[in-house]
Design a protein around this ligand. Structure first.
Ligand SMILES: Nc1ncnc2c1ncn2[C@@H]1O[C@H](COP(=O)(O)OP(=O)(O)OP(=O)(O)O)[C@@H](O)[C@H]1O
Ligand SMILES: [Mg+2]
Length: 255
């Protein structure tokens, strides 16, 4: 039975998609993974498939419309599959409001129910806003991971996201847990970054993953070229994420 993990924060450009994609890539070396793009920007789709979001006939919108994943899954490798997203995601709110009251925010959960046995992990990339996709994703999640980018506005975004999670938990998905807070895009030499990291560790204690992901040119390149572990430099760039994935597995499989 797949463990469903969403990656979210109501703030743009903080590394949600990069983290979802690299986590899916690393996990797929030893586990069977389905990555679900819930953001109409289609960045996860592009990063994992190498194709434009406009080249997909069936996307997450079609999954939710049919309430199943039939013919909507793109196979990248035997152990890494993707459900794409494109501009059709803008029709998701309408779909949610026109569906039966009992289904509404449970639509995604219901849609993936029949394939849960086929995967070890289902990872979901959430959009940067409190859109229906975010609520659908959280309602379908066993765990959520959020990001802390070390900028002074990050705390507000973190508090907002934790509040959203609490609302979804109470109203739709009582068993959902916060797997943790990952610090990303850290400038290792900047003292402001270090002091923000210290503050978040003081405030959120063991919820903060020990692993941190620093700003690295190679990771940025992966966004454009796709993720690779072929060269030594690639593997070095993935080291911090490899540690994060080990920590994540430990938290979600042992709890
Ligand atoms: N560790 C890193 N080092 C360098 N650049 C990074 C790193 N992580 C992410 N980036 C870059 O930061 C930008 C934002 O990352 P990403 O798209 O993953 O964020 P996001 O939170 O998903 O954004 P959005 O809110 O728009 O969906 C991208 O250009 C990405 O290449
Ligand atoms: Mg994104």
């Amino acid at each position: 039975m797949a463990i469903v993990i969403s990656f979210g924060l109501q703030k743009g450009g903080v590394g949600k998609t990069t983290t979802t994609a690299i986590t899916a890539f690393i996990l797929s070396k030893t586990k069977k993974v389905l990555a679900v793009d819930l953001d109409g920007q289609g960045n996860l789709t592009r990063m994992l498939t190498g194709k434009s979001k406009n080249s997909f006939e069936k996307t997450i919108y079609d999954v939710l419309k049919a309430v199943n994943t039939d013919n909507c899954i793109t196979v990248i490798t035997d152990t890494l599959h993707v459900i794409a997203a494109n501009d059709d995601a803008s029709k998701i709110p309408g779909l949610v409001s026109s569906s039966k009251e009992k289904q509404r925010l449970h639509l995604l959960k219901l849609s993936i129910e029949s394939i849960q046995e086929e995967y070890d992990y289902i990872l979901m990339d959430l959009p940067p806003a409190l859109a229906e996709q975010t609520l659908l994703g959280l309602t379908a999640s066993d765990y959520t991971v959020t990001m802390l980018q070390t900028d002074p506005f990050a705390f507000h975004a973190l508090d907002d996201y934790l509040e959203t999670c609490q609302i979804v938990k109470e109203a739709y998905n009582p068993k959902m847990k916060l797997a943790g807070i990952l610090s990303v895009l850290l400038n290792s030499r900047a003292s402001l970054d270090q002091s923000i990291l210290r503050k978040v560790r003081d405030d959120y204690e063991e919820l903060v993953f020990n692993s941190v992901v620093k700003r690295q040119a190679r990771i940025k390149e992966f966004t454009i070229t796709g993720i690779s572990d072929r060269t030594k430099a690639d593997r070095k760039a993935l080291t911090e994420y490899t540690h994060f994935v080990e920590e994540l597995i430990e938290r979600v499989e042992k709890s």
